[in-house]
Design a protein around this ligand. Structure first.
Ligand SMILES: *Cc1c(COP(=O)(O)O)cnc(C)c1O
Length: 325
């Protein structure tokens, strides 16, 4: 079966992103290794431009616009990071940009998106359909809609995170990636399985929103209500038609973690590694720390997908969690 993207698409995206996206550091931690029994390589996309890997997919897509598309500009709907990534990419490429965001998105994300020069259009995510709103405004204004994960150039761009990780860490036995709509893991799996066919690719979802786990088990895309989880970047309600077949072909399995487990991982990154990782960004690491996946003795890549969390929210989440030890 031909999948929606191939490794050559990830390599082409890497060329477009060269010198534009940060080549984020890969960090290690002896304490994390001791706790999991594995050798972990953390790809720090919390230190990417706009604070999340989403910059990769956004710039990858916008840098392929035709002159006519650039003139009309871009519109996106997003719970935050994708919106910011599109806003910054549009500014870098000099095109108009509008972002459709939920009213209850973290204030830091709404303010940052406006700060990047985007027009922000707010909606109620419990009663309104963001896809319909985005589609309508795109048609009215002649803008190109770029979805957060269901787009070939977006998926290819996200895959460059794994490409860099493998270039730096070398051969891996497993790659653990957080899962929302599957754009990140789809792109990462595509390049990883090409470079390292034996490497296992494992996804991690919030327990409250395990639509991808269920979809893969049932062999069809399942739709769920907006999940109640602190992992706001993974509150997606369904996989994409483009991401789903990639996951079916290349992802070994999906495991889940709870919100308190995410907070414990957040605390670990802050206290031990001195880095801020947002709740969604902790999914992969939390699964390893909780031994939801047992990879003892293995070399394991983990994508820390983002670091955008309000200082107040960060402090209140940590104060609710017990110390790491
Ligand atoms: C969007 C996002 C995810 C999920 O990515 P998908 O491509 O939708 O699977 C994970 N972490 C962060 C920080 C995000 O912004």
């Amino acid at each position: 079966m031909t999948l929606p993207i191939g490794p050559e698409d990830v390599l082409a995206a890497a060329a477009r992103l060269d010198g534009v996206a940060h080549r984020t550091p890969v960090m290690t931690s002896r304490t994390a290794d001791e706790r999991t029994g594995a050798q972990l390589f953390f790809k720090c996309e919390n230190l990417q431009r706009v604070g999340a890997f989403k910059f990769r997919g956004a710039y990858s897509a916008l840098s392929r616009f035709t002159p006519a598309q650039r003139k009309g500009g871009v519109i996106a709907y997003s719970s935050g990071n994708h919106g910011q990534a599109i806003a910054v990419s549009a500014r870098l490429l000099g095109m108009p940009v509008a972002i459709v965001m939920p009213q209850d998105a973290p204030p830091i994300k709404i303010a940052a998106t406006r700060g990047y020069g985007a027009e922000v259009i707010l909606y109620d995510r419990y009663t309104e359909n963001r896809e319909a709103i985005g589609q309508r405004i795109a048609t009215e204004r002649g803008m190109t809609l770029i979805p957060p994960y269901n787009h070939v150039d977006v998926i290819a761009g996200q895959g460059t995170a794994a490409l860099e990780l493998i270039e730096e860490a070398g051969a891996l036995d497993a790659l653990v990636v957080c899962v929302g709509g599957g754009g990140l893991i789809g792109g990462c799996a595509t390049i990883t399985k090409h470079l390292l066919p034996e490497c296992r690719v494992i996804g991690v979802e919030p327990a409250a929103g395990n639509d991808m786990q269920r979809s893969l088990a049932e062999g069809r895309i399942i739709h769920i209500d907006v999940p109640d989880t602190i992992a706001d970047g993974a509150q997606t309600q369904h996989a994409g038609e483009l991401t789903f077949p990639i996951l079916q072909a290349l992802v070994e399995r999906i495991v889940t973690v709870t919100d308190p487990q995410l907070v414990a991982a957040m605390r670990f990154f802050f206290e031990r590694m001195k880095i801020v990782v947002e709740p969604t960004g902790c999914l992969g690491a939390a699964a390893l720390f909780e031994r939801a996946i047992d990879l003892r003795g293995k070399r394991v890549g983990v994508i820390l997908s983002g670091g955008n969390v309000d200082a107040e929210r960060f402090a209140s989440l940590l104060s609710m969690a017990p110390r790491a030890d």
